[in-house]
Design a protein around this ligand. Structure first.
Ligand code: ATP
Length: 208
């Protein structure tokens, strides 16, 4: 049988609730040769020191929302968004097009470099409809809410009630699974070796 010849990379959307193990799975795929593009990281860069969104943020929200390093003053912006929900939409209208542009540029680079797989790590994929047209398949990392809670509390030291609140604000497991082409189950009884086994199977399935 002939090997699959990739004329263009397969584009996978990778998602999962907080603490599900998305980054761990993404890093495993990257170690196997996939190019990982992290939507959150790109988004944070646009509002980091002198990031691409900062001139527009200063113009629209004022100097008070820019800290001494030229980055978004996140705690001040959080307060504003809390008291004035429309501010979130205004902020997103600045950031989203820049994230889309950066994603395109990085995708193009990966295509030029001959990548076989591009993995888009998109934590809120189930909550946002704007990605699906660009993806060949959606990979969901799933685990129980208890496991999420345990991992996040252990990693961050945040109060369990706060973590519960974050989990409740995200898409439900069912909603996330309903957009999945492939589900990786990463519950408390799944060792890293077993997780690697599932990721290896998936990589073979997609010709990585
Ligand atoms: P977030 O949404 O908060 O970024 P995430 O979904 O990317 O989380 P990870 O950062 O991959 O999740 O995993 C959360 C924590 O759980 C990490 O400390 C990771 O090392 C650990 N972890 C994930 N899966 C396993 C596993 N199968 N065995 C042991 N530890 C794991």
């Amino acid at each position: 049988m002939e090997a699959v010849v990739h004329t263009r990379p397969i584009r996978l959307g990778l998602t999962g609730g907080i603490g599900s193990g998305k980054s761990t799975v993404g890093n495993m795929l990257a170690a196997m040769g996939a190019v990982l593009i992290d939507a959150d990281q790109i988004s944070k860069q646009t509002t980091g020191p002198h990031g691409a969104a900062m001139d527009t943020i200063r113009a629209q929200f004022g100097d008070a929302y820019v800290d001494a390093s030229g980055a978004l003053d996140r705690s001040r912006m959080r307060e504003l968004v809390f008291s004035e929900p429309r501010a979130r939409a205004r902020l997103e209208a600045i950031i989203h097009p820049l994230v889309t542009l950066q994603t395109r540029l990085r995708t193009e680079e990966a295509v030029q470099a001959g990548a076989r797989m591009i993995v888009h790590d998109i934590p809120l994929l189930a909550e946002s409809g704007r990605w699906t047209r660009q993806l060949d398949a959606v990979l969901v990392v799933d685990c129980s809410t208890d496991t999420q809670l345990d991992r996040v509390v252990r990693r961050s030291g945040l109060a369990p009630a706060l973590v519960h609140g974050i989990i409740a604000s995200q898409a439900t497991r069912q909603a996330r699974r309903s957009i999945a082409d492939v589900v990786i189950t990463n519950d408390a009884d799944c060792t890293l070796e077993a997780l690697q086994g599932q990721v290896g199977q998936l990589a073979r399935l997609f010709g990585l």
